[in-house]
Design a protein around this ligand. Structure first.
Ligand code: S3P
Length: 427
């Protein structure tokens, strides 16, 4: 598709779609709980559809009416063996979290995915879930999908120190632990998004958390709930950056989730000199309205415990850095190489081709700004965030013609991305 270039000042307001991480978990916990779960504000995207379809195949009643998703949960004991392989599409979150749940089920299931997901390592969940007693078989050393899981109702508790900072791995173990007799301990490498822990408690479950240590006793019975999902800060981040780099812009983003384990992008924008204000904070939903305007930016260093709080925003932060004065160094982010694509390679190759001064390192990127970006025909490489980063980069290109191949990847997290761009882009 042809991308819009040379954007005029972006103006107006938007409500970004529901949070992807919370949407997956709301469906998973609704399906594991007893009784009715009502979900409002769910993200309607390919990734979340993959999670919903997986539970439909396991016999869970799920009905969508108007803007609400109803899940008729009968407890995780009542899940049924699916009659076919479960297709997780592009979604690593679906595959890793559902594997944790399946580890505690008395049947065998195969989980498969698209070309991107079929390259992603599943050994990170297979290792702890095998220690707990499930049989898990992927392909090759890294246990890439298809992944066959033979669960057991007799899982053993473990004490597991995560070798990587990953909310997906943490969540897989917690979902298995909920079905396990005895106390499981998970020790995080760095604090990562806390949505699973919060949702366990919201559904009437218990756990004890002290810093990076989580203790959880099973088995636990969960109760269906009403869940209201805020907008996804990872989707909002594209507009925060767009407004910060397109001269004269001033936009308002409503209902953005601001769970502190996800707000690294706000910290970074502020440190770089971005103009951003947070208003109308809703403590119950943990959401707020965020106003962002164009600003003169400066380079900074980004690493350490900040990384898990903005891991999905690093592609768009790299673009931001190309429009900031001076040097930005991103380090401690080797995990980026294991996302929907190798995001360090994808981001540097596209932005270099557009004329930016950006170098890949083993665990991050070094970017020197400010650069005038030029038109380039890019390939999204089956990665939604690479596609959206490229579309935002095009906005600051002054002349020429810019094409994006593979924009369909955006369906996985933000189907209305281009419609929302229209709302802010006034010719
Ligand atoms: C997610 C965790 C992160 C993130 C992904 C969603 C989640 O992955 O990149 O988009 O919902 O738990 P890792 O756990 O692999 O870091």
């Amino acid at each position: 598709m042809q991308l819009k270039i040379n954007a005029p000042a972006l103006k107006g307001s938007l409500k970004v779609p529901g949070d992807k991480s919370i949407s997956h978990r709301a469906v998973i916990f609704g399906a594991m709980a007893h009784g009715l779960t009502e979900i409002r504000g769910i993200l309607k995207s390919q990734d979340v559809k993959a999670t919903i379809a997986a539970f439909s195949h396991m016999g869970v009643g799920i009905v969508e009416k108007a803007d609400c998703l109803f899940i008729y949960g009968k407890g995780y004991e009542a899940l049924q063996a699916p009659h076919q392989d479960l297709d997780m599409g592009n979604s690593g979150t679906s595959m890793r979290l559902i594997s944790g749940l399946l580890a505690g089920q008395n049947f065998t299931t195969t989980l498969k995915g698209d070309a991107s997901l079929s390259r992603r390592p599943m050994d990170r969940i297979a290792i702890p879930l095998k220690q707990m007693g499930a049989l898990i078989e992927g392909q090759g050393d890294k246990q890439v999908p298809p992944l066959t899981i033979r669960g057991t109702k007799k899982l053993r508790p473990v004490s597991y120190q995560l070798p990587v900072a990953s909310a997906q791995v943490k969540s897989a173990i917690l979902l298995a632990a909920l079905q396990t007799e005895g106390e499981t301990q998970v020790i995080e490498k760095e604090l990562t998004r806390s949505h699973t822990e919060e949702m366990i408690q919201a559904f009437g479950g218990h756990l004890v958390q002290k810093g990076k240590n989580i203790l959880i006793k099973g088995p636990q019975e969960l109760q269906g709930q009403k869940v209201e999902i805020p907008g996804d800060i990872s989707s909002a981040a594209f507009w925060m950056v767009a407004a910060s780099i397109v001269a004269g812009s001033q936009i308002k983003l409503e209902n953005v989730g601001i769970n502190p384990s996800r707000t690294g992008i706000i910290d970074v924008l502020k440190q770089m000199g971005g103009k951003l204000t947070i208003e109308s904070f809703d403590a119950q939903k943990m959401s707020a309205t965020i106003k962002v305007s164009y600003a003169k930016l400066k380079g900074i260093e980004i690493g350490g415990e900040l990384i898990p709080r903005l891991i999905d925003e690093l592609p768009i932060i790299a673009l931001l850095a190309t429009q900031a004065q001076g040097q930005t160094i991103i380090r401690d982010a080797a995990e980026l190489r294991l996302k929907e694509t190798d995001r360090i390679a994808a981001v540097t190759s596209i932005l270099q081709a557009m004329g930016a001064d950006i170098q890949a390192t083993s665990d991050g990127m070094i970017i020197k700004g400010k650069s005038q970006l030029q038109a380039y025909n890019a390939d999204a490489q089956l990665d939604h965030r690479i596609a959206m980063m490229t579309a935002i980069a095009a906005l600051v290109v002054k002349k020429g013609h810019m094409e994006l191949k593979g924009q369909a990847a955006i369906e996985t997290s933000y189907p209305n991305f281009f419609k929302d761009l229209e709302r802010l882009y006034h010719d």
